[in-house]
Design a protein around this ligand. Structure first.
Ligand code: FAE
Length: 527
């Protein structure tokens, strides 16, 4: 932690326990035994376990280190007053809820800047991802859900599920700081009125709801509510970062990894390409950018062991490009395949006037409607907040559906871009499943959908964005059963690209647990 703070205060893009001598160490660090690309869940686990094993490691992250306060005294801006810190090089925010009462009142013009949330646009699908030291942990809702063991086994038939559920999931949850809301406080606080109203509608339909753990510190949240701690989850902070309360990776895995003394993190550096030298080492071409996005330096790093933790999009794009440009020609045809949205579909319902959702809403979801056991239409729907500071009567949901559709990434040499082949018809499968469940809820409660939240056209189901990109380098297909990339030695994938498109719940605990499993095996056998 000390290293993270002092480095940011000094305006450095190079973070390590000995960052004061970073300039002298530069030559040594540029050739590290191990390089980790990306600082999200997969990258952070790799960095910690390598550091503990005494392996000098360089982590390369394209986003910023987020712990220097702006002129308002805060590191992050809130969803109510977004500024340049909100989004990654956009001139207008691109929030998931585009409109309210069909009005364009949600999004704001901003200055282009390396902000913390990115929305990456492909044909027919855009994907939200976190940018910065901590990746998605900086912007996500903190829901820390372990999937059903039976569904995990269905998705990962070659993985020993008892080892996952006895060892790696518990290890991941402990390291991530997973905790649960106090049920007594939940029942009484105004901040979860919106959740209780959705629970009532589910109960009226005969549907089961379940509490969901989170990495936001609920003790802190109760102090926020009592007025004894500075508000964050109770002050409309979430997708553009939380100033307090949330145990993002910079406070857990990455702080511990820096504590080993073996990790250096370079920020604002984007890996563009990977090749292999004749001695078998990996060579990374990297651009360092400034806060205007201008490339201020292009350089190369080399390493013996390369761990890819750039997330489903970042890692898959790097490997598809490497294969199809001929840089790593032995990568197999599964690289780029098996991608999906975890069946994500967002929607809102309009409640009766007497079923209020509350002007005050915590940004951290704590409950889901669990209809996954319904084999005719499996859906797990997170009860999401709409924290805009006044009564809306809206119940908002992020449905995770068992959509079997998968898409592939391909390299387009004409534009030198990696494209995603997802179609609108594939999103329609998720929408149909969400609609089946919520038609039942509306029928049982005599309620209707909201038509005003996703643009002026009256769209009910947000079918054009997702929060949970999964797949692209699926475990056991593009890699062996431990994330070792097929065709190359000492090249590993540790992130969400290993998960085959769907895991039935919010994914980061699974990504973390799989990375723990990979690192234990790789450190024992390969290093
Ligand atoms: P990720 O966390 O995306 O980290 C990848 C990192 O690599 C990022 O920091 C990138 O900037 C960096 N990077 C990528 N490419 C490069 C490159 N070429 N060079 C250098 N750096 C690079 O990957 N999941 C849950 O389980 N519960 C939730 O409540 C939840 N809510 C969410 C809410 C939002 C708004 C969003 C966007 C996501 C949410 N998720 C949630 C999803 C979750 O954050 C996501 O699955 C994980 O962050 C993925 O982890 P990875 O390690 O795969």
């Amino acid at each position: 932690m000390i290293a993270l703070q002092t480095a940011a205060a000094a305006g450095l893009t190079r973070i390590g326990l000995r960052s004061a001598q970073a300039a002298e160490e530069a030559a040594a660090v540029d050739n590290a035994p191990a390089i980790v690309v990306g600082s999200g869940y997969g990258g952070a686990v790799a960095a910690l376990r390598l550091g503990q094993a005494g392996v000098r490691t360089l982590m390369i992250e394209m986003g910023q280190l987020w712990n220097t306060a702006g002129s308002d005294g805060k590191v992050f801006c809130s969803t109510a007053a977004p500024d340049k810190r909100s989004m990654w090089f956009k001139t207008r925010t691109e929030a998931p809820l585009a409109t309210f009462l069909w009005l364009d009142v949600v999004n704001k013009d901003i200055t282009a800047y390396p902000g913390v949330l990115d929305r990456v646009h492909y044909d027919n699908m855009s994907v939200y991802v976190g940018r910065g030291v901590g990746g998605g942990s900086l912007v996500n809702g903190g829901m820390a859900v372990t999937p059903l063991q039976s569904y995990f086994a269905e998705q990962f038939p070659t993985v020993d599920t008892s080892a996952m559920y006895d060892t790696y999931y518990p290890r991941a949850r402990a390291m991530l700081g997973v905790n649960t809301v106090d049920p007594t406080w939940f029942e009484s606080t105004e901040w979860y009125q919106f959740t209780r109203t959705s629970r009532k509608a589910a109960a009226n339909t005969g549907l089961r709801t379940t509490f969901v753990p989170n990495v936001y510190d609920f003790g802190y949240m109760q102090r926020e509510a009592a007025g004894t701690a500075t508000k964050s989850a109770l002050a409309q902070e979430v997708i553009y970062g939380n100033n307090y309360g949330k145990k993002s990776l910079d406070k857990t895995y990455l702080a511990a990894a820096l504590g080993t003394g073996n990790l250096t993190i370079h920020t604002m550096e984007k890996v563009k390409a990977i090749t292999r030298a004749s001695d078998g080492s990996y060579v990374l071409s990297v651009d360092r950018i400034d806060t205007t996005g201008a490339v201020v330096e292009s350089k190369q790093y080399s390493c013996t062991s390369l761990f890819l933790g750039g997330g489903s999009l970042g890692t898959t794009e790097l490997l598809v490009r490497a294969r199809d440009t001929g840089a790593l020609p032995a990568l197999n045809s599964s690289v780029g395949a098996g991608w999906s949205t975890n069946g994500n579909t967002m929607l809102g319902r309009a409640n009766h006037i007497w079923d209020t959702t509350g002007a005050n809403q915590s940004t951290m979801p704590v409950m889901g409607i669990d209809d996954w056991a319904n084999t005719a239409n499996p859906v797990f729907a997170e009860i999401a907040p709409l924290p805009i500071g006044f009564e809306t009567w809206v119940s908002l949901y992020l449905a995770i559906t068992k959509n079997p559709q998968r898409a592939s990434f391909t390299y387009d040499s004409a534009s030198d871009a990696v494209k995603l082949g997802w179609t609108a018809a594939q999103s329609a499968v998720s929408v149909a499943m969400a609609k089946k469940l919520f038609d039942r809820i509306n029928a049982a409660n005599a309620t209707i959908y909201r038509y005003d939240l996703f643009g002026s056209s009256g769209k009910v189901f947000a079918d054009d964005f997702c929060y949970h990109p999964l797949g692209g380098c699926v475990l056991g297909r593009a890699t062996d059963d431990y994330g070792r990339v097929k065709g190359y030695s000492k090249l590993y994938v540790t992130d969400g690209s290993l998960v085959p498109g769907n895991i039935g719940v919010n994914p980061f605990v699974t990504i973390t647990a799989l990375a723990e499993r990979t690192m234990e095996r790789v450190l024992a056998e390969d290093m």
